[in-house]
Design a protein around this ligand. Structure first.
Ligand SMILES: NC(=O)c1ccc[n+]([C@@H]2O[C@H](COP(=O)([O-])OP(=O)(O)OC[C@H]3O[C@@H](n4cnc5c(N)ncnc54)[C@H](OP(=O)(O)O)[C@@H]3O)[C@@H](O)[C@H]2O)c1
Length: 280
């Protein structure tokens, strides 16, 4: 099959591009602001550019991990968030589906309010910040307007990449310098390894899964516990990790506290060692 990944330069996109290449698929990746050799430049809000790319390639599947994923930036710039998280991916989905391609869109656990997690696919969404509202709006568009769409919700994605977008990298960068790392004790979530996420997403595509699918790591823990595990696994003193509350950061966007996801579909539960290589 022919695949296009919009946002192959991102954390998930990088793993997805590798995975599809490994399994012998024909894959084209795009970047936006971080050029990568072999990828094509694309701003998905540029309708003509999207149209020209899709009509040249005629993909069977269009993956959209691309997003404006900085939650606080979105809160302070709701118009830009709408442009990048709703209008632009809608254009991609509309044009691609008109050509007969399947859409795989990456959404988020932040469509939930974090009052009563972990959440299943059937639970009603209730976002508490702009980013979550826009992701929920995009989900709704796909589920109602674009037949056969697959909407994947991961949560707190991490990887092995040396890239500031990766939480593990950010923690280790501080610890390497002997700096303490503040981590919140009141946010619960289900951290998701990028390798497991793309392995399971590929399986879901092959199974022709349609609708919403939660793909998350097998454990639910606080950011504080997660950060201590990372420190321990990489040989740093865990007391460099300082417990704090979410409120102490005074961030623009609210965060779900009692959050996290689980899936109703048992064959899509990630298993360490089988679906991903544990990092900590
Ligand atoms: N990271 C998490 O913890 C997390 C948790 C839950 C859900 N998600 C969702 O999972 C998906 C993947 O996350 P991620 O961590 O891989 O995000 P990421 O590392 O920030 O990557 C975002 C990608 O989108 C591209 N992009 C941004 N704006 C674009 C535009 N206008 N046109 C084309 N490409 C554009 C970026 O390109 P450049 O880098 O080249 O600019 C990059 O490749 C996102 O949809 C995110 O909302 C993430």
């Amino acid at each position: 099959m022919k695949h296009v990944i919009i946002g192959a330069s991102g954390q998930v996109g990088t793993y997805l591009y590798q995975k599809l290449g490994q399994v012998g698929e024909d894959v084209t990746g795009t970047y936006y602001r971080h050029p990568q050799t072999g990828y094509k430049a694309l701003d998905m809000s540029d309708t003509e550019a999207v149209e020209s790319l899709l009509s040249a390639i005629k993909p069977d599947v269009v993956w959209i991990p691309a997003a404006m994923a900085n939650v606080d930036f979105c809160e302070e710039n709701p118009e830009l968030s709408y442009e990048h998280n709703v209008r632009a991916p809608q254009i991609v989905a509309e044009l691609a589906s008109k050509q007969g391609a399947r859409i795989v869109f990456f959404s988020t656990d932040y469509v939930f309010d974090g009052m009563n997690g972990p959440y299943q696919e059937k639970d009603p969404v209730h976002p508490i910040m702009v980013y979550g509202q826009h992701k929920a709006e995009m989900e709704q568009y796909l589920l109602t307007q674009v037949p056969h769409s697959l909407v994947i919700r991961p949560a707190w994605i991490y990887s092995r990449d040396d890239n500031p977008r990766n939480f593990v990298y950010r923690v280790l960068s501080e610890l390497k310098r002997g700096h303490a790392v503040k981590a919140v004790t009141d946010q619960w979530n289900t951290p998701t390894p990028s390798d497991g996420l793309v392995n399971m997403a590929w399986k879901a595509l092959q199974d022709e899964f349609e609708g919403i699918l939660h793909i998350v790591g097998p454990e639910r823990l606080t950011r504080y516990e997660l950060t201590k595990r990372i420190a321990k696994a990489f040989g740093y003193a865990v007391d460099l990790v300082e417990p704090v509350t979410t409120e102490s950061f005074h961030l623009p966007a609210k965060r779900p506290l009692n959050g996290g996801l689980k899936t109703q579909h048992s064959s899509y539960r990630l298993v360490a060692g089988r679906d991903f290589e544990p990092l900590f």
